[in-house]
Design a binder for this molecule. Sequence first.
Ligand SMILES: [Zn+2]
Length: 165
Amino acid sequence: MMRNVNVNEPQNPQSCQTSVMPSALVLKKCTCCNLEFPKTEDYFRKRGEKNNNNFRSECKKCFDEKAKKRHIEFYKNNTEKEKERYKYFYYRDIEHTHNKQHKTYLKNIDHTKKYDKKRINELTDSIILNRLVSQTSLNRNEIPKELIETKRLLTQLKRTLKNGN
Ligand SMILES: [Zn+2]
């Protein structure tokens, strides 16, 4: 599998030369995908403390993918226990849980509203998908790209007609 390595060109090479150049020049091969990346924290996670130079042998992406798989596997094998644990913390202090949820909701409300408006305005894939799912009996993963494109065009057309343009 090929992967594009996007090494950002420093805007002003001279100013970052001392901090970026040395380690970024050293390439390290990932033991999992066998691709080479600059030996920096952008591409590799570190073992233990932040300030050491002990990089993991797998690139960030491979390491994170494995961690995710491990997590899913753990949950599969411990579903009941995990559910119990979740319930325990959820119901331990139900008022506290609800307050916390409400606080998070309030903290994000402006962002959520703005973000939703922007998504609706731009008719992103997920917005179109939501509409298709609610208007048809299809599941999200059954909807082909072409249908999303068609639905987007139709919605844009309706909008244009509504605005009388
Ligand atoms: Zn890798």
